[in-house]
Design a protein around this ligand. Structure first.
Ligand code: T3D
Length: 263
C-alpha cells in the first residue's frame, strides 16, 4: 500500500510512524486510518521490530478527527459518528494495545481530541514542553473517544479527568507530566534526541516481557488481587521459558550486559 497520509520507516528494530497532514494538524481521515491499520499490521508481522514511535509532522501531533472529512460531513444528512468510531478508532486503539512491541508517543505539538487519546494509548508518552493535550470533544458536542474515558481517570484520577473532559482546556505538557498523564515533558529542542535514545533502549530490551507488563498493568483495574496474581503467574511461566529470560540470568551471572533478542 502506498502511503499518502503517513510516513513509515523501519530501521534497527525501530518502526517510526509519522502522521503527515501538517496543513490540517495531522487530523485523522478515513484514508489515514486505512494507512495506519496497514502500517500497524506490518509491524505486527515483522518479528525484527522491537519498538514503535509515533509522532506528527509539522507543528502538531494530531488534532483528532478531520472535521471536514466526508465521513464527518454534517449537512442534509448527519454522519453516523458511532460507525466511524467502530470502524476506525476502536480498531486503531485495539491494534496498539495488542501490538507485540512497546509503543512511544513523541508528542511534538498539540494533541487534541482523538489525537490526545492516540498519544495516551501508547505505552510511554514523551512531549515537548511546547506541546499540549486537549480533550476537544465537549466543544463540538461529543464525548472523549478512542479510549479517552478509559485512559484519563486511570492516569489522573476522576476529578482531573472530569475537569479535562468537560471543560476542554488545553493541558500544557509540563502539567500533564506533573499530573501523571504522560511519562515526561522535555525541552522542545531535546525531544527528538530524547525519544531516539529511549527507542534505542527499548529496542534492546526483552520485548515480550515489556508487552506482558503492559497487559498486566492495563488488566489490573478490573481484576481482583487473586485474578491479578494468577495473570502474573501465567505471564511469569511463559516468560520463564523464553530465551530472553535465559539470557538475562546468564548475563547477570557472568557480570556482562545482556543481549536480548526479543524472543
Ligand atoms: O466519527 C468521528 O469522527 C468521531 C470521532 C471523533 C474524534 C475526535 O477527535 S473529535 C475532536 C476533533 N478535533 C477537534 O475538535 C479539534 C479541532 N481543532 C482545534 O481545536 C484547533 O485546531 C487546535 C486547538 C487543535 C489547534 O489550534 P491552532 O490555533 O493552533 O490551529 P488552527 O488554526 O485551529 O488550525 C490550523 C489548521 O488546521 C486550520 O486550517 P486552515 O484554516 O489553516 O485551512 C484548521 O482548520 C485545521 N484543523 C485543525 N484541526 C482540525 C483541522 N481541520 C480539520 N479537522 C480538525 N480536527
Amino acid at each position: 500500500m502506498d502511503y499518502q497520509n503517513i510516513l513509515f520507516t523501519t530501521q534497527d528494530g525501530i518502526a517510526r510512524l509519522t502522521l503527515n497532514r501538517p496543513d490540517k494538524l495531522n487530523s485523522f481521515t478515513g484514508a489515514m486510518h486505512a494507512e495506519l491499520r496497514d502500517a500497524l499490521d506490518r509491524i505486527q508481522a515483522d518479528k525484527t521490530m522491537r519498538v514503535l514511535v509515533i509522532t506528527g509532522a509539522g507543528r502538531a501531533f494530531c488534532a483528532g478527527q478531520d472535521l471536514a472529512d466526508p465521513d464527518m460531513a454534517v449537512g442534509a444528512t448527519m454522519p453516523d459518528v458511532g460507525n466511524v468510531v467502530e470502524q476506525n478508532y476502536k480498531p486503531l486503539i485495539l491494534r496498539l494495545q495488542n501490538l507485540r512491541v512497546p509503543t512511544v508517543a513523541m508528542v511534538n505539538g498539540v494533541a487534541a481530541g482523538a489525537g490526545a487519546s492516540l498519544a495516551l494509548a501508547c505505552d510511554l508518552v514523551i512531549a515537548g514542553k511546547g506541546a499540549s493535550f486537549l480533550q476537544a470533544f465537549s466543544k463540538i458536542g461529543l464525548v472523549p473517544d478512542t479510549g479517552g474515558t478509559w485512559f484519563l481517570p486511570q492516569r489522573v484520577g476522576m476529578a482531573r479527568a472530569m475537569g479535562l473532559a468537560m471543560l476542554a482546556d488545553k493541558l500544557p505538557a509540563e502539567k500533564a507530566a506533573e499530573w501523571g498523564l504522560i511519562w515526561q515533558a522535555v525541552e522542545d529542542a531535546d525531544l527528538t534526541a530524547t525519544v531516539d535514545k529511549l527507542a534505542t533502549q527499548l529496542s534492546t530490551m526483552p520485548t515480550k516481557a515489556l508487552v506482558r507488563t503492559r497487559q498486566a498493568l492495563h488488566a489490573a483495574p478490573t481484576h481482583t488481587l487473586e485474578q491479578q496474581l494468577s495473570m502474573e503467574g501465567g505471564f511469569m511461566r511463559e516468560l520463564g521459558w523464553s530465551p530472553d529470560f535465559a539470557e538475562g540470568v546468564a548475563a547477570f551471572m557472568e557480570k556482562r550486559a545482556p543481549r536480548f533478542t526479543g524472543q
